[in-house]
Structures are given as structure tokens and as C-alpha cells.
Design a protein around this ligand. Sequence first.
Ligand code: GLN
Length: 207
Amino acid sequence: EPTIGVLALQGDIREHVAILTALGAHPRPVRRPEELDGLDGILLPGGESTTIDRLARIFGLMDPLRMAIKSGLPAYGSCAGMILLADRIEDGMADQQTIGGIDMVVRRNAFGRQVDSFEAQVRIAQIGEPDFHAVFIRAPWVESVSDDVEVLGKVETGEAAGRIVAVRHGNLIATSFHPELTDDHRVHGYFVDLAREYALDRKEHSQ
Ligand code: GLN
């Protein structure tokens, strides 16, 4: 089973670790560059992207994360993690950096400050039926994507209907919402499958 790093600087770390464990994967907290070695995937939790960016730079993790992702390491970013995987952001802080990797523009706090959090249905063909009941907390949305990015899901219901909130670009997946806050583990399962394939591929090529 794949070993999956969970960036453990700030945010919903415990919840993700619990779900990855329940799915049979081996989660490992990542706070230092060396802890990226030997991973089959890395999960970037929700929290506050400006704080995670700042801490990642202080811990010397930003460039190692960029290199790991360039080399093809599967990654999944939720909410602030989505922002971290975006090549470009709107409404970021003045000096805010991202890891990048997904060729898209993401708007921070896009659903408006008055709607701090809400829930909505998201249809994701790759995880099947029923629609995913998604929890959004001061969430970003995807403003635009390049042709290389696959739109996995949009909001189906309510005022925000039609907004892109789940994408995939190669081995990188991102969602605006927080699947670690519900009992539905299908998004994590989709990511663990990707990490498992990556691990198998790597083994074959090293033989
Ligand atoms: N608004 C936060 C940010 O900009 C993201 C919120 C979240 O991860 N729940 O990073």
C-alpha cells in the first residue's frame, strides 16, 4: 500500500491521516524536506494558504515540494491545498507564493466573505454516484484552467452552481472543499488509487 505524506505545518492534518489510514494507505506527516523521500503521494490539507506558504518557506520545504511535484509525485490539495497547487492565484497576499503544478487560476475566498462556509452537491464522474456532499470553508474556486487540466467537478446546487471546484492535471488533484470533514472517503480513495499506480510504476521501472 502506498506511503502518503501529509503536509503537517497547519490545518486539517489529523482528519486526513485518519481517513488515509482507514483506506489502508500509510500516512506520514511531512515537516522537513527529508520526509519527502520515498513517498508515493503527498496530501496538502486545508487551513490558511498564506500561513502554510510562510511556514513551508521557513522550513525550507517550498523548493523540495516543487521539485517533488515536477518529478511526477502525485499530490492532492484540499482548499488551501488547492491554492498551493495553483500556478496562479487571484486575491492572494502581496508576497504569497504557491508550489504550483496545476495550470489554472484559483481565486481565494471566492464565495464571498459573508458566506464563510456552506455545503453543496458536487458531481464527480471519476468517483461515481451519488453526488459528493461537499463542505466549503472560506473556499477558493477555480477561475480558469488550461486545456491540460481536467475539470472533475462543479457545484451542482445553490447560488454557486456551475463553479469549478475539483480538477486534475496529470498526477495532481485539487478540490475547493474538505472531504476530510464528511464520512464519504471517495475523493481520498481516488487519490490513494493514483498513488498506488504511481508506486507500482516506479517499482517496475526500477527493476
Ligand atoms: N481561505 C483559506 C486560504 O486562503 C482557505 C480556507 C481553507 O482551507 N478552509 O488559504
